[in-house]
Design a protein around this ligand. Sequence first.
Ligand code: GRF
Length: 208
Amino acid sequence: MSRVKIGVLVSGGGTNLQAIIDAIDNNNINAEIAVVISNKFGVYSLERAKKHSIESLVIDSKKYNNIYQYNEDILHEMKERGVELVVLAGYLKILTPNFIKEYKNRIINIHPSLIPSFCGGGYYGENVHKAVLKKGVKLTGATVHFVDEGTDTGPIVLQECVKISDHETLESLKKKVLKIEHKILVDAVKLYCQGKLSVKENKVYIEK
Ligand code: GRF
């Protein structure tokens, strides 16, 4: 089976990107990362890509006065490299309807909660864990989903939960959830690359 070409969009440290890089290097995923694109300079994700001789680009969102041209330029880079699957790994910018249409059910996002809890506008990064701790829920976790036109509303691919202890701190919770993110993101990308994912009426089915 030929290797699936993946394009990864990043905005930060890139631990989720690293998890995919490691899984590919360990032959756990039959894919290649064709390009890593960041919306800003100086993020460690770019170093991670360079260390593994993966092409990386910065398409600086600050240089655009609208998200439409910004997304078209990213789309062009993805299509020019024959990218089949787009992975949002800690990526914080909005994707436009045209981008999502071009890559329908071929954009995977990792969110640090059990969607539909603690998701949507303003729920990203630490904000999610702060809201989880404030609410006092006993379980949280991470979700991998296909991206649709909403915010964190696309068909859910995988989820995994973690228990929250009475003395949980923001730092301890971040660490716990990030570990789960890495695990299920790799699992979801692997399932996609194996052709085992299908979507019917907004629900994901996984071939056994
Ligand atoms: C993390 O908060 C993660 O929950 C979310 O993006 C943030 C940074 O991830 N998906 P990464 O280390 O840049 O992959």
